[in-house]
Design a protein around this ligand. Structure first.
Ligand code: NDP
Length: 244
């Protein structure tokens, strides 16, 4: 599948590491004009060196006012990838207000805020657009100690459908990708016990976790015209886990 995003303005959140970083690299290689948004400046500096010409924005997306200042006038964006998230581990009975608020602010509230900024711009310019939320298979199934994180991903499923319904008349498509474990920094932090990791992997019909590239490919498909009639939907990148 040869995709071409030549000249299209794109914005990726959580671009410093992992899936977001590789999404920026793929979009840049396919000709998009990318705005990479993340929290750690050194990550953005090294990404800029790998992808000359990208624009970088360093901001904590959990901070509404800072995000408004940083992205309120970001300029045209036709392709948006809401990828930034945190995944703190807490047993349900030990969930704290701080972790609950922080996780919802970064994973969900910023997705709403950035989508509003971008979608308003698309509507104002009268151009079609595609928005992809990086969710998770835990929007549908539970894993231990991830109740708050999973709840943010469950809520993203609802926002995906609601946004698709309200933005569809403006030719803006909204979808999600829902991966299983990917061994990025986040995946390694969540799965520290090798025995639990082995057992979890074995429960996947394909006997593996997902690779970053698998997730990026699904994101690119949903951003592209190859999915022109797909909206309000989610692609599972779960090595068959939900079928097991
Ligand atoms: P990583 O932790 O490897 O990378 C996340 C990136 O998001 C980092 O660059 C991080 O910056 C940035 N980020 C986090 N919080 C903020 C913030 N408040 N403001 C701005 N940027 C922020 O995660 P992954 O690449 O693994 O995850 C990407 C997406 O994929 C997430 O939505 C995650 O939920 C989802 N996902 C991941 C899975 C996995 O197993 N890895 C499985 C299923 C879904 P910094 O490091 O500087 O904080």
């Amino acid at each position: 599948m040869q995709l071409n995003f030549r000249g299209l303005p794109a914005l990726v959140t959580g671009a410093g590491k992992g899936i977001g970083r590789d999404t920026v690299k793929a979009l840049h290689a396919l000709g998009a004009k990318v705005v990479a948004v993340s929290r750690t400046d050194t990550d953005l500096v090294s990404l800029s060196k790998e992808c000359p010409g990208i624009q970088t924005v360093c901001v904590d997306l959990g901070d509404w006012d800072a995000t408004e200042r940083a992205l309120g006038n970001v300029g045209p964006v036709d392709l948006l990838v809401n990828n930034a998230a945190v995944a703190p581990l807490q047993p349900f009975l030990e969930v704290t207000k701080e972790v609950f608020d922080r996780t919802f602010n970064v994973n969900l509230r910023s997705l709403v805020q950035v989508s509003q900024i971008v979608a308003r711009g698309m509507i104002h310019r009268g151009v079609p657009g595609s928005i992809v939320h990086v969710s998770s298979m835990v929007a549908y199934v539970t894993l231990p100690n991830l109740s708050v994180y999973s709840s943010t991903k469950g809520a993203i499923s609802v926002f995906t459908r609601a946004m698709a319904a309200e933005l569809g008349p403006y030719k803006i498509r909204v979808n999600s990708v829902n991966p299983t474990v990917v061994l990025t920094a986040m995946g390694q932090k969540v799965l520290t016990d090798p025995e639990i990791a082995r057992k979890l992997k074995e429960r996947h019909p394909l006997q593996k976790f997902a690779e970053t590239e698998d997730v990026v490919n699904s994101i690119l498909f949903l951003l592209s015209d190859r999915s022109a009639s797909t909206s309000g939907s989610g692609i599972l990148v779960d090595a068959g886990y939900l079928a097991s």
